[in-house]
Design a protein around this ligand. Structure first.
Ligand code: NDP
Length: 285
């Protein structure tokens, strides 16, 4: 009998479109670095095929997969269990398959939190969150669970911001409120952390969310979820005003580290993953 093993551990991602999703490069860089015999396969899966894809992953004994747009909510009906955070958030971006059971988690908010904690602890902090989509929802819930004092959610669609504020108040120990985004947002006095969780700036280094830049204050942390380009205009303007900028690469890398932990029980080197993304997107500077 040969002592060779030609069977790799399988992981991957289901989304559409997916050709521009760099997660495969980031995760496989970690697998190579740690000599883990695993693959991450980036799969273009349409909404109609999601159920078949999930059953296929289970049949092929994948250990887990990511779900990105448009499957983060739709995948839930195909799963056996949800983590507490995924239950509150109502969306799943990471599925673990163990003994044939599929468990959904949401690592977007946890990834953001891990990145944020590199510059500040959100416990007891007052936060202004721009946007009320899936990323904002995951971030708001994790900030709430991490003990933020108050989160103000600013969104064009006020009802969506209200929903997230209620979610935070009802499920975490934090207070939260919603504000309509009408014109340039003025950052109120007393805010410790400003977060852009809108897609404004994605793929456009000059685009910036409508915010009154003069209301940013020295010493505030200004974070962006945008990973590409990492050094968004918002972050450049914030840095010029004495704020601490935090790019979206850290969120992307840390949510990936958490996914690999869930799938393989191994903690991979975040720096290796970040370098793989920087090679693709350019340095955050
Ligand atoms: P959604 O489509 O779910 O939500 C988008 C939100 O942004 C909505 O609240 C929307 O407001 C708001 N918005 C969109 N355009 C504008 C605008 N021009 N001005 C003001 N508000 C605007 O997207 P997601 O939450 O899923 O994703 C948001 C961003 O987060 C994406 O760019 C994605 O790449 C990034 N992301 C980054 C991750 C990382 O690891 N770094 C992980 C996950 C996401 P309204 O409701 O009024 O339309």
């Amino acid at each position: 009998m040969s002592d060779k093993n030609f069977l790799s551990i399988l992981t991957g991602s289901f989304s559409t479109p997916c050709a521009d999703n760099p997660t495969v490069a980031m995760i496989e860089a970690a697998y190579r670095h740690h000599a883990i015999d695993a693959r991450y396969i980036n799969c273009d899966v349409t909404a109609d095929n999601l159920g078949d894809a999930v059953r296929g992953a289970k049949a092929m004994e994948w250990v887990g997969f990511n779900c990105s747009l448009p499957h983060k909510v739709a995948v839930i009906e195909h799963l056996d269990a949800l983590s507490d955070a995924a239950k509150i958030i109502g969306a799943v971006n990471c599925v673990t398959i163990r003994d044939g059971r599929l468990t959904g988690d949401n690592t977007d908010g946890k990834g953001f939190l891990a990145s944020l904690k590199e510059v500040t602890d959100p416990h007891g902090k007052t936060i202004l969150l721009l946007g009320a989509g899936g990323a904002a929802r995951a971030i708001a819930v994790e900030l709430g669970l991490a003990g933020a004092a108050h989160i103000t959610i600013v969104n064009r669609n006020l009802a969506q911001a209200d929903t997230i504020a209620a979610l935070v108040r009802d499920n975490t120990g934090s207070d939260a409120s919603a504000v309509a985004w009408d014109g340039a947002v003025t950052v109120p006095d007393g805010i410790d952390i400003v977060i852009n969780a809108t897609p404004v700036g994605l793929g456009d280094g000059e685009a910036m969310p409508a915010i009154a830049l003069d209301s940013l204050k020295k010493g505030q942390v200004v974070a962006d979820v945008i990973p590409n380009p990492p050094r968004t205009r918002l972050l450049r303007e914030a840095k010029a005003r004495g704020c601490t900028p935090l790019d979206g690469l850290g969120m992307l890398v840390n949510q990936g580290v958490i996914c690999v932990e869930l799938w393989l029980g191994k903690t991979v080197d975040a720096a290796v993953m970040k370098r793989a993304l920087q090679d693709i997107f350019g340095d955050a500077g």
